[in-house]
Write a protein that binds this ligand. Structure first.
Ligand code: GCB
Length: 505
C-alpha cells in the first residue's frame, strides 16, 4: 500500500511592514465548480511557540524539515483562532515572536496523480509574517495579516504512483488511530489496565455564547485547556453523545469518558413503554456503533435520572442495559440515578452505580453542615445493598459569578465553594473504599429554558459560560491535582502537551 501525503508547514510571526508592488491578475475566492474541488485545512493544527531568547531556534534547528512533534513538544491549536485567547498559559497570552503551525494533509489520489490537475495552497490570512513550507520546501511568504495568499504546489505533491497490495490494486484507504486498554469493574473498584482508576472530573454540555449547541474547534480546545488546568481526568457526556471530534480529543489527551445517550427526561410512567424501549435500544445501537472505537470511552450511560423507582422502569432499564452489553461486552454499562437506594429498580442491572444528589441545594437549603452526614448515609446505603463501585455523578450549587457573601448564602461564590468543600470531605471518607469517582455539575454555566430555578440558564458551572473561573474552580483545581498526583501512573508521560505538568498520565 502506498500513499502520497502532502505536509504543509506554516510559520506565523511578528509584524514586518510590507507593501505590494504590482497587481498580476485578481485572486478569486476558492469556490467549488464542475472543474474545481476544494479541501478545507481548518481544524486542529500542531503548534509551538518559539520561546528561545532570540526566537529563532525554529530556523536554526530547521523545524520545518521534519514533523513538528519530532523537534519537541507541541500543542493543539485550532485554525482559525488566536493562540493568545485559547491557552491557559500566560506566556502564550503575551507571546511575541515566531510561532509554528503544522498540519499533515492527505490529498485525494486524483489531485496527486493526474498531472493535469493544478493544486493550489491558499492561506486565508495569517498574522503577521508568514512563511509556508510544503513537504519541507519553502513555498510561500507573506507580510501583513488579514489578506489571502496562495501558491501553486502541484509540483510538490504530484507524482505517479500505483497503490498495490497482495490483494491487488487498492481503491479505498482509511486510517484509524488505535489505542489499546482494558476496562474492568470489581465490587469496589473501576480498573483501567488492571489498575484502580478514580474519576476526578466534570459533567459538560455542548454549549456556549452565541453558537449555543454546536461543534466549534476553538471552544473545544479552550475547554480541553481548562480541563487540563483543572487537573480533570474524566467527563460524562451529559446528556447526549457529543461531537466525534470531542472523543478524538479525549483519545489523544487521555481523558476518560462516560458516554451518555440522550435518554434524559424519562420522568413519567407513560414513557416506559415498548415503543420507547425499542427506540432507546436503536439509539444505543447508534451510539455504540459510532463510538466503540474510542479507547477514551470506558463506560456507556443509557440514561440520566429516569424515574427508576417505577416497576416499569426496572424492566425497561434491564432491557436497555442488556442490549447495550450485548452490543459491546467489553465496557461496563450504567445509568445515572437520582432515586433512593431502597426504591431504585434499575440498579441491579448496572456495573457501576452513578448517583446525583444536591444536598443543601434542592433540599435543606443553606444547611451545609448536613452534607457530610447525608453523603455518608447515601454511600453506605447504596453500597450495603449492591456492593458495586459508586460514582458521585452530579453535585453542585447555582452560583452567579461576582455574587459574594460571608457567611455564605445561596447563589454566591462562597456558598458554592463551601458546598463543594463539604462534599469533598464526605467523598474522601469513601474514596479509597468503594467510591470511584466524582463529577462536578457543571463544568460551565449553560443556557436552559427559563424557569423559577434558572437565572439566565443553569449557573452551576465552576466556569462561566464564557469560560472564566469562579472561586470554586480554584478549589477544585487544587483538589484534582492533588488526587492526580496521588493516583497517576508513575511511568507514563504525556509528551505532546507539555507546557506544564499533565494530569493525564
Ligand atoms: C440534574 C440533572 C441536570 C440538571 C441539574 C440541575 O439532576 O441531571 O440535567 O441540570 O440536575 O442543575 O438541576
Amino acid at each position: 500500500m502506498a500513499r502520497r501525503s502532502a505536509v504543509a508547514w506554516a510559520a506565523f510571526g511578528p509584524l514586518l511592514w510590507g507593501c505590494a508592488l504590482g497587481l498580476q491578475g485578481g485572486m478569486l475566492y476558492p469556490q467549488e465548480s464542475r472543474s474545481r474541488e476544494r479541501k478545507e485545512l481548518d481544524g486542529l493544527w500542531s503548534f509551538r511557540a518559539d520561546f528561545s531568547d532570540n526566537r529563532r531556534r525554529g530556523f536554526e534547528e530547521q523545524w520545518y524539515r521534519r514533523p513538528l512533534r519530532e523537534s519537541g513538544p507541541t500543542l493543539d491549536m485550532p485554525v482559525p483562532s488566536s493562540f493568545n485567547d485559547i491557552s491557559q498559559d500566560w506566556r502564550l497570552r503575551h507571546f511575541v515572536g515566531w510561532v509554528w503551525y503544522e498540519r499533515e494533509v492527505i490529498l485525494p489520489e486524483r489531485w496527486t496523480q493526474d498531472l493535469h490537475t493544478r493544486v493550489v495552497l491558499r492561506i486565508g490570512s495569517a498574522h503577521s509574517y508568514a512563511i509556508v513550507w510544503v513537504n519541507g520546501v519553502d513555498t510561500l511568504e507573506h507580510e501583513g495579516g488579514y489578506l489571502p495568499f496562495e501558491a501553486d504546489i502541484s509540483n510538490l505533491v504530484q507524482v505517479r504512483l500505483t497503490a498495490q497490495t497482495s490483494l491487488g490494486p487498492v481503491s479505498d484507504f482509511y486510517s484509524l488511530p488505535v489505542g489499546i486498554r482494558t476496562v474492568a469493574v470489581t465490587e469496589s473498584q473501576f480498573l483501567i489496565n488492571g489498575k484502580p482508576f478514580y474519576f476526578h472530573g466534570v459533567n459538560k454540555h455542548e454549549d456556549a455564547d452565541i453558537r449555543g449547541k454546536g461543534f466549534d474547534w476553538p471552544l473545544l480546545v479552550k475547554d480541553f485547556n481548562l480541563l487540563r488546568w483543572l487537573g480533570a481526568n474524566a467527563f460524562r457526556t451529559s446528556h447526549y453523545p457529543y461531537a466525534e471530534e470531542v472523543l478524538q480529543m479525549c483519545d489523544r489527551h487521555g481523558i476518560v469518558v462516560i458516554d451518555e445517550c440522550p435518554g434524559v427526561g424519562l420522568a413519567l410512567p407513560q414513557f416506559f413503554n415498548n415503543v420507547s424501549l425499542h427506540h432507546h435500544m436503536r439509539v444505543m445501537e447508534e451510539v455504540v456503533r459510532r463510538d466503540k472505537n474510542h479507547p477514551a470511552v470506558v463506560m456507556w450511560s443509557v440514561a440520566n435520572e429516569p424515574a427508576s423507582h417505577l416497576e416499569s422502569a426496572g424492566y425497561y432499564l434491564k432491557m436497555v442495559i442488556a442490549h447495550t452489553k450485548a452490543l459491546d461486552p467489553s465496557r461496563p454499562v450504567t445509568f445515572v440515578s437520582n432515586s433512593n437506594y431502597a426504591a431504585d429498580k434499575g440498579a441491579p442491572y448496572v456495573d457501576v452505580i452513578c448517583l446525583n444528589s444536591y444536598y443543601s441545594w434542592y433540599h435543606d437549603y443553606g444547611h451545609l453542615e448536613l452534607i457530610q452526614l447525608q453523603l455518608a448515609t447515601q454511600f453506605e446505603n447504596w453500597y450495603k445493598k449492591y456492593q458495586k463501585p459508586i460514582i458521585q455523578s452530579e453535585y453542585g450549587a447555582e452560583t452567579i459569578a461576582g455574587f459574594h457573601q460571608d457567611p455564605p448564602l445561596m447563589f454566591t461564590e462562597e456558598y458554592q465553594k463551601s458546598l463543594l468543600e463539604q462534599y469533598h470531605l464526605g467523598l474522601d471518607q469513601k474514596r479509597r473504599k468503594y467510591v470511584v469517582g466524582e463529577l462536578i455539575w457543571n463544568f460551565a454555566d449553560f443556557m436552559t429554558e427559563q424557569s423559577l430555578t434558572r437565572v439566565l440558564g443553569n449557573k452551576k458551572g465552576i466556569f462561566t459560560r464564557q469560560r472564566q473561573p469562579k472561586s470554586a474552580a480554584f478549589l477544585l483545581r487544587e483538589r484534582y491535582w492533588k488526587i492526580a498526583n496521588e493516583t497517576r501512573y508513575p511511568h507514563s508521560v504525556a509528551k505532546s502537551q507539555c507546557l506544564e505538568n499533565s494530569p493525564f498520565t
